[in-house]
Design a protein around this ligand. Structure first.
Ligand SMILES: N[C@@H](CCC(=O)N[C@@H](CS)C(=O)NCC(=O)O)C(=O)O
Length: 206
């Protein structure tokens, strides 16, 4: 078995790093220097034409998009380890949170960025940022409601928690206000206490 993980610290690849450390699957880590533009060089874009991280190559097949990678690794390695549900409705639940994170929550977060901190000088749209902040708060309210009375999204910990929580880490880093979401904050602490999460974080720092 060969598994290669292309990453950059403090990026979307961090989601995948946590998933891999939770699974404990042997893999080779290859750091991609985004500032040097290594992700836009032909040797990289032939593997991921989007020129982005994360990317995994499993037994010669490139797989990109963090949501797809989490679900794929869960299916391949997570079921036997109790970190991903077997095929069936519970797997559907795990998948819905992974996709919701990237697509639904992600849309509002990227919109906030494009109207705000990533906009060119004088090209920002404060009303757009305000609306995005409102939408993000509504979505985090959905996550908070789903965690009421539960330790993790499906009850027991799964890779859906690793994925969604790592995304929330990024949102906190982006100064999104989490003060109203007590269930999310307590869940994030539980996720962060896990050895797999801590191993992945030590790679981020190193
Ligand atoms: N939808 C993609 C997003 C990946 C993404 O945006 N990666 C960023 C790092 S956070 C990247 O590689 N950016 C480099 C670039 O666009 O030049 C996923 O979830 O994997």
């Amino acid at each position: 078995m060969s598994l290669i993980f292309y990453f950059s610290p403090m990026s979307t690849a961090t989601l995948t790093s946590i998933v891999l450390e939770e699974l404990g699957v042997p893999h080779d880590r290859k750091r991609v220097d985004l500032k040097a533009g290594d992700n836009k060089k032909p040797e990289y874009t032939k593997l991921n034409p989007n020129g982005k991280v994360p990317l995994i190559i499993h037994d010669g097949t490139p797989i990109w998009e963090s949501a797809a990678i989490t679900m794929y690794l869960g299916e391949q390695f997570g079921v036997a380890k109790g970190l991903w549900p077997a095929a069936g409705p519970r797997r559907g639940e795990a998948m819905k949170w992974v996709v919701w994170t990237n697509v639904t929550l992600g849309e509002a977060v990227y919109r906030r960025g494009h109207f705000g901190e990533w906009a060119a000088p004088d090209a920002g749209n404060p009303k757009g940022v305000a609306q995005a902040n409102k939408d993000i708060a509504e979505l985090l309210g959905i996550l908070d409601g789903a965690l009421a009375g539960k330790q993790f999204l499906l009850g027991e910990y799964t890779l859906a928690d690793a994925h969604a929580n790592s995304f929330c880490d990024w949102l906190r880093h982006s100064k999104i206000d989490f003060s109203a979401f007590a269930n999310v904050n307590a869940w994030s602490e539980r996720c962060a206490a896990r050895p797999g999460y801590q191993r992945a974080m030590s790679f981020e720092m190193g």
